[in-house]
Design a protein around this ligand. Structure first.
Ligand code: C2E
Ligand code: MG
Ligand code: MG
Ligand code: MG
Length: 288
């Protein structure tokens, strides 16, 4: 009796593993197909000046809807892409698509693109970014890269070299998910960064935890000491925004100021952005 249960137990366990492996492989196969068919989309979420509410740019977030799997979250398929190597063509598609969109929106708009550590460490990374910018005639200063995932220590020097080459093109660099295990203070010291992006997990308890407030305030101070800009992600409530403004956090992003949405959603907002900038950026108005 016990033996049979044991065997069933083993069988059950194996079949659980099979299901997991199968679903991982299935995801990989479908993702590869989606890439080949250009069936991915980018959604864009506003990044906003915490003081004035002015639009500063967008974060591009990849979206995938599979006929059989439905909408698959990037938190599920990005790790699969990283493990299978698909992150390389996927990352190149994302960069190219973001630059295409930037060209359509015109100068004055900025987009932040997430890049995985695996991509940054590759020797063809800088050339890939340059290619995307050049193909669409987009200036490096319109692009920001958000570095996600911790970097393997042996790749950190190579990554740092690639990132400074991109910085010479005007590309800005942000360390994403700061305050989680994914990005650490030692990474901060080794990479040429412009911005720290405080993780959403630090913000969720902000309004009811004085401890969380002190942590966030300290991290803003840390960034300021290092001459880095701060952006806070996951801002959902007016109460959170009030506290962050009082801390002079700089830039916010979250459901409060706009959910990630297809690019057309932002067309009107971008027109007002351009109208605002025309007097300063355009040619002098002829007199008489
Ligand atoms: P992330 O870069 O930290 O992006 C922030 C995530 O939080 C996004 O989830 C966004 O939709 C979500 N978010 C934004 N504001 C709020 C808010 O106020 N409340 C809540 N609850 N969530 C909010 P998403 O789009 O599911 O992306 C998850 C992660 O997948 C990203 O985290 C990023 O690490 C990765 N990812 C997304 N797109 C790409 C990409 O094109 N390339 C790479 N390598 N990674 C990507
Ligand atoms: Mg990000
Ligand atoms: Mg983030
Ligand atoms: Mg995050």
């Amino acid at each position: 009796q016990a033996k049979r249960e044991g065997r069933n137990g083993v069988r059950f366990f194996n079949s659980m593993l099979d299901v997991a492996a199968h679903s991982q492989m299935f995801t990989e196969v479908r993702l590869r197909r989606a890439l080949q068919r250009q069936a991915l989309q980018l959604h864009y979420q506003p990044q906003v000046d915490a003081e004035t509410g002015a639009l500063l740019g967008f974060e591009a977030l990849v979206r995938w809807t599979d006929e059989e799997l439905g909408a698959v979250s990037p938190t599920r398929f990005i790790p699969v892409a990283e493990e299978s190597g698909l992150i390389v063509p996927l990352g190149q598609w994302v960069l190219n698509e973001a630059c295409r969109q930037l060209a359509e929106w015109g100068p004055g708009v900025r987009v932040a693109v997430n890049v995985s550590a695996l991509e940054v460490a590759r020797d063809d990374f800088v050339a890939g970014v340059e290619r995307a910018l050049q193909r669409h005639g987009v200036g490096g200063e319109q692009l920001k890269l958000e570095l996600t995932e911790r970097l393997a220590v042996r790749d950190l020097h190579r990554a740092a070299r690639h990132l400074s080459q991109l910085r010479d093109l005007g590309v800005r660099l942000s360390l994403d998910d700061f305050g989680t295990g994914q990005s650490s203070v030692s990474t901060l010291l080794k990479l040429p960064l412009d911005e720290l992006k405080l993780d959403r997990s630090l913000i969720t308890s902000l309004t009811d935890s004085p401890q969380a407030q002190r942590v966030v305030e300290s991290l803003i101070g840390l960034a300021r000491g290092l001459r880095l800009n701060v952006i806070v992600e996951g801002v959902e409530t007016a109460g959170q925004l009030d506290l962050l403004r009082a801390m002079r956090c700089g830039v916010v992003q979250g459901y409060l100021t706009g959910r990630p949405a297809p690019p057309d959603t932002w067309a009107d907002l971008i027109r007002t952005l351009r109208a605002d900038r025309t007097p300063a950026d355009g040619p002098p108005v002829a007199s008489g």
